[in-house]
Design a protein around this ligand. Structure first.
Ligand SMILES: Nc1ncnc2c1ncn2[C@@H]1O[C@H](COP(=O)(O)OP(=O)(O)OP(=O)(O)O)[C@@H](O)[C@H]1O
Ligand SMILES: [Mg+2]
Length: 1002
């Protein structure tokens, strides 16, 4: 009831909003009428005139105001151009297939265009022509000359839409680019330079990370800002994809994994457990036969804990009595009073594994098996207790206490690492299946996206899971990787000044769009009524029965010559069906992660009479299947779903492949009790009752609209859970996001700065006073640490200060800071006066970028560790997120301070030109040149090649008057310029060859 009222109100709000936009649509159509009399050239000329006009307006906000004014006229230009293309009837190619333009924007499409221009989500049913809708706001917003982006879910759609709509943009005099997975940076830059750029979310996101986290000059960056993006299939991208952040990683400097070492043992352990579970299952069967249902149920529950995908278990669950016995056992064990019994039950297994939460846990037996000498090697020590004990021990000095704590901590870390490795391996063996969650390709584990069935090359499961799976499959275990740059999809899209989205299925997620992205949804009516017939689900006891029913259905369609599209949730299922069809001699095409090269071609044929197409959810979004001649008379395309997906939206997308643009079409889902969704989230009890009531026989099916409801309830439950996971990811990433923004802004400022010297001086102005404070602000009775301070000064800057010259005691803390800043800047001016100005600028930028990059990466590494670590703290009843936030903040403050200190440290240790550096040294009277190089280059600054060797490290001699000996100082020169070949362009940016520029003197 409440839902109904809400819908009424919401519905009418939406209608009111749309009604308000209708006059714009009418005005557009009036302009369109007028433009009919224009010549092609005159129509096209409007683009250039507007572009010029908008280029005169400097502020984006003001440009937008102007866009609102010209909107009806601009939309009319696009619509008018579309009509001219339709009249021409010439052929062009899209994804290597011939194509004719046959579209002129409908009124509902104009409406959708306005919604998109206003930065909202337009929900338009599948097949309503959203690709064409997007051309209106893209054209309009591209007139600003700032570059607008259209984001798609996969490379195929990016290319299809860029080439297809490109025809229209081209006619209008706008350029269009397309980003694809395997393009080189130069090519990408060209694509971004176009007026309109199509590409996938991950390509846009990775380019952002590379531009802001890795590029060191403006020339290396490929993107040019984030003004306006339309996200196609916005629910998929902003909601489903948002669970896995984009990560660019490089090999870690140290590798700690022990997957190789544990693999053989874990393999044995899993085998032992499987044998045990098989035995238990047989015992259970016996008990059931003897009529001892309770013991049987208990035993089966145990199997479920230890091997959730046990074959016998799955079979038994088909029997309503047995199923109920298991459910009853499960329910009773999860009562609070039986906690201990549950624990005892788990201890009878080697380990337990939870399919729903993806977790695994070793039992005593399991631990004993893995390490008979020290089963405690797999138990996490109770650190908090141990620390308290140490603290309370009166016989220990503070120093000893700290030492012991550090030891315990180290011990705990090692244990944690080991436990982690083992639990990841257990997950890899028990929960991850080849050809379902991943495929093996060129000796690599490639993740298959669970939502679309597409391969995701380059992505890796985090937290060592990927390596565990690599170990399991016996392929090369890639080195542990370290995050170099990372961002969640959500945060990438928050960068845009204006964001809009479109999809056929947004409504169920409207609240999330609003909360997280501030995006409101407008539902646009369809152009013609949807003629699709969605049949009730057919439900079977087993997968086998389900698949044979599917095959029968396909055979019927095939005989009738009605085309069928069969959607599966995994590569494995698509191959199984394909084998079954081969046996039946039914010709068919398979579209899955393994063959996505032929995608466009297979799709183009899928609507022809009699065609059978098997596809993973790959074809589930955006794919447009055109009906062949006379197919409409045969009922249009028939879509069969072979399993319900976790999210309702995905199922609706699959159904939406048929009955597009008012065509006829129908769909049906086939479900079995063995499907993962039904097993894990199904209303098990209810199903069991239903099965009993109907007395389901072998091969028999259930079909009723109530059943659709219980399936949907299960789906809603998963959706809810996934929402929480996404929210959590985002909560954590929000912390990182703020930090990333600060660091990336600083980085970009450095890259773009014409006068990097000012940035260097800012660092000096900030970091020096902080250091002075640190050394010279004395605690109550203590003396300021003048000696330590002088030492720091002299090891950081070649000032050769002595106690006498410095006279720190005579000044206040602030005065000392000012005194020192003056000296440093003087010395720095002198140093750089010997170098070529442009080279100095590059060098200054380089010093800052180097410091940022090195420390930021270390920071990311530490943040990864922190994130893992806070979960352990969860045991101590603290909220991991709050802990994470506080510590992350402290770490960030430290990071920023460290960056500045590193810049200071390298300021006088870097040179663009060794000769100049020597000249500079020669000007320092207090420095003596030593002939022999006394020290080896320091570990983190390996000197390569002759020109980098310090020509005798400098020694500062500060005779300190009273003859208390010499103070010497070695300043190894750090290679802060990239290594360049003699014939390569000089890194100073002069455009000359290195040997003729900075390299000449060296
Ligand atoms: N104005 C139009 N006139 C005629 N045909 C049109 C028009 N607009 C779209 N179409 C056709 O409708 C079909 C579906 O278009 P499109 O793939 O853009 O739909 P969609 O809304 O993006 O669907 P999905 O939600 O599945 O991605 C295409 O074959 C297209 O040619
Ligand atoms: Mg589409």
């Amino acid at each position: 009831m409440v839902g109904w009222i809400l819908k009424k109100i919401l519905g009418s709000k939406n209608q009111r909003e749309l009604k308000r936009l209708m006059p714009i649509v009418h005005r557009t159509n009036e302009f369109d009428e007028q433009f009919k009399s224009l010549s092609d050239e005159a129509l096209r000329a409007k683009t250039a005139i507007w572009k010029e006009e908008l280029a005169q307006i400097p502020e984006l906000e003001d440009q937008w105001k102007r866009l609102d004014e010209i909107l009806p006229e601009a939309f009319a230009v696009v619509k008018n151009a579309a009509r001219r293309l339709k009249d021409r009837q010439d052929t062009f190619t899209v994804c290597d297939q011939p194509m004719k333009w046959d579209m002129v924007h409908f009124d509902v499409q104009l409406l959708g265009g306005v919604v998109l221009h206003r930065g909202r989500i337009a929900e338009m049913a599948t097949g309503e022509g959203k690709t064409l809708v997007a051309t209106l706001p893209l054209y309009l917003n591209a007139l600003t000359g700032r570059g607008v982006h259209l984001v798609t879910v996969n490379d195929y759609l990016a290319r299809r839409d860029a080439e297809w709509m490109g025809r229209l943009y081209d006619f209008l005099g706008l350029t269009v680019g397309c980003i694809q997975h395997d393009q080189e940076p130069d090519f990408r830059r060209e694509q971004y330079a176009m007026d309109i750029t199509y590409g996938t979310n991950s390509e846009f996101g990775f380019d952002y990370l590379r531009d802001n986290g890795m590029a060191t000059t403006r020339e290396q960056q490929v993107q040019r800002g984030y003004y306006y993006a339309i996200v196609d299939e916005v629910d998929s991208i902003l909601i489903d994809e948002a669970r896995t952040p984009l990560i660019i990683s490089g090999p870690a400097t140290i590798s700690t994994h022990q997957y190789d070492k544990w693999k053989p043992l874990i393999e044995q352990l899993v085998r032992k457990q499987n044998m045990l579970c098989n035995r238990l299952a047989s015992e259970a069967l016996e008990k059931f036969e003897q009529g001892d249902v309770e013991t049987g149920g208990r035993l089966m529950f145990k199997v479920k804990l230890g091997q959730p995908r046990n074959k016998q278990l799955l079979r038994m669950m088909e029997d309503p009595d047995k199923r109920r016995a298991v459910d009853k056992a499960e329910l009773s064990f999860y009562q609070d009073t039986r906690k201990e019994e549950l624990f005892a039950l788990k201890e009878e297994l080697f380990f337990t594994i939870d399919e729903k939460s993806n977790e695994s846990d070793l039992s005593e037996q399991g631990r004993n098996f893995l390490n008979p000498d020290d089963p405690n090697a797999f138990v996490l020590p109770d650190l908090i207790n141990e620390f308290t004990e140490i603290d309370l021990d009166p016989s220990l000095s503070q120093e000893e206490k700290d030492k012991r704590k550090a030891e315990r901590q180290q011990h705990c870390d090692a244990q944690a690492e080991r436990i982690h490795n083992i639990s990841q391996l257990l997950r890899a063996y028990c929960l991850f299946e080849k050809d379902v969650q991943y495929v093996i390709e060129e000796n690599k584990v490639v993740i298959v996206d669970e939502f679309t069935g597409r391969k995701m090359p380059g992505r890796r499961w985090s937290d060592g899971l990927h390596q565990a799976v690599e170990a399991k499959e016996g392929v090369q275990i890639d080195r542990e990787t370290q995050t170099l740059a990372t961002i969640t999809i959500q945060n990438y899209f928050r960068l845009y000044q204006k964001l809009a989205g479109m999809t056929g299925t947004a409504e169920t997620e409207a609240a999330e769009f609003h909360d997280i992205y501030k995006l409101d949804v407008n539902v646009i009516p369809t152009n013609r009524p949807v003629a699709r017939k969605d049949h009730n689900d057919r439900i079977y006891k087993t997968r086998r029965e389900k698949y044979s029913a599917v095959i029968n259905e396909i055979r019927d369609c095939h005989t009738r010559e009605q085309p069928v599209l069969v959607g599966t949730v995994s590569v494995e299922a698509s191959e199984l069906l394909s084998r079954m069809l081969k046996r039946e001699k039914i010709p068919h095409n398979v579209l899955n992660a393994k063959f996505h090269m032929q995608e466009a071609e297979i799709v183009s044929r899928a609507g022809q009479p009699g065609t059978v197409t098997i596809s993973t959810n790959m074809a589930g979004r955006g794919t447009d299947i055109k009906l062949g001649a006379s197919v409409a008379d045969r009922g249009g395309l028939f879509v069969i779903g072979t399993e319900r997906h976790e999210a309702r939206r995905i199922d609706r997308q699959l159904r939406g492949r048929c009955a597009r643009q008012g065509d006829p079409g129908s769909s049906r889902f086939y479900v079995s009790f063995e499907d993962d969704l039904m097993r894990n989230f199904g209303a098990a009890d209810r199903m069991t009752r239903i099965m009993e009531r109907f007395g389901l026989e072998e091969g028999q099916e259930l079909e009723h609209r109530w059943l659709n409801k219980s399936v949907e309830t299960a789906q809603k439950r998963v959706e809810q859970r996934n929402y929480l996971i996404r929210k959590r990811t985002l909560d954590f990433d929000d912390v990182m996001n703020m930090q990333r923004e600060v660091v990336y802004t600083y980085r970009n400022e450095t890259i773009e700065s014409e006068e990097p010297r000012t940035l260097i001086y800012e660092v000096i102005d900030e970091a020096v006073p902080a250091k002075v404070q640190e050394y010279l602000t004395a605690e109550r009775d203590e003396e300021p640490n003048y000696t330590g301070f002088l030492n720091w000064v002299n090891t950081t800057f070649p000032l050769g200060l002595t106690k006498e010259k410095a006279q720190f005691e005579t000044r206040s803390v602030d005065e000392n800071a000012q005194f020192l800043i003056g000296k440093i800047k003087d010395a720095y001016e002198r140093k750089s006066s010997h170098e070529e100005p442009s080279a100095v600028k590059s060098l200054e930028r380089y010093i800052i970028l180097n410091a940022i990059d090195r420390l930021w990466q270390e920071h990311l590494y530490a943040m990864d560790a922190l994130r893992e670590g806070v979960y352990l703290r969860g045991y101590a009843q603290k909220d991991p997120l709050i802990e994470y936030k506080t510590e992350a903040y402290d770490m960030f403050v430290e990071l920023m301070a460290n960056i500045k200190n590193e810049v200071l440290h390298n300021l006088f240790r870097s040179t663009s030109n060794l000769q100049a550096f020597e000249n500079f040294l020669a000007t320092l009277p207090q420095f003596l040149m030593r002939e022999h190089a006394p020290t080896a280059p320091t570990a983190n600054a390996p000197a390569r090649g002759r020109q980098l060797q310090p020509v005798g490290a400098m020694a500062a001699v500060g005779g300190d008057g009273d003859g208390a000996g010499e103070m010497t100082l070695d300043l190894p020169i750090r290679r802060s310029m990239p290594k360049v070949g003699r014939n390569e362009p000089c890194p100073c940016g002069s455009g000359k060859k290195y040997k003729n520029c900075c390299g000449r003197v060296a």
